[in-house]
Design a binder for this molecule. Structure first.
Ligand code: FES
Length: 112
């Protein structure tokens, strides 16, 4: 079963910015790359570190602790030391600008 969880409005996450939100105590990072929205696990898959402290480039997110880059289209780790991908969650924006993340019922999957 999938649940649709409203987590923010599109005005909260403008192009080129990130926003950390919490669902059931789990951090989820919203990233707006030039108008394209992504939702990924908010904590690095390498060690416990918040990814909203990282840096955005054209199509990747760099963790600020050990500088692994993650492809935001796939979630894949592009550099060591991270090996596991970031879990991505489907995300949509409703007609009135609400950002909605699709999550499974129960525990939210996270790698790391
Ligand atoms: S904690 Fe993110 S690369 Fe190590």
């Amino acid at each position: 079963m999938i649940r649709e969880v409203p987590v923010a409005t599109i005005d909260d996450v403008r192009p080129g910015t990130m926003l950390m939100v919490q669902v059931d105590g789990t951090d989820i990072l919203l990233v707006n790359l030039e108008g394209r929205l992504h939702a990924v696990q908010g904590i690095c898959s390498h060690e416990y570190f918040e990814l909203d402290k990282g840096f955005l480039t054209a199509d990747s997110l760099t963790c600020a602790l050990h500088l692994s880059r993650f492809d935001l289209e796939t979630g894949d780790a592009l550099d060591p030391p991270a090996e596991l991908p970031l879990v991505k969650y489907p995300v949509t924006v409703t007609g009135d600008g609400e950002v909605v993340v699709e999550l499974p019922e129960g525990p939210i999957p996270v790698n790391g």
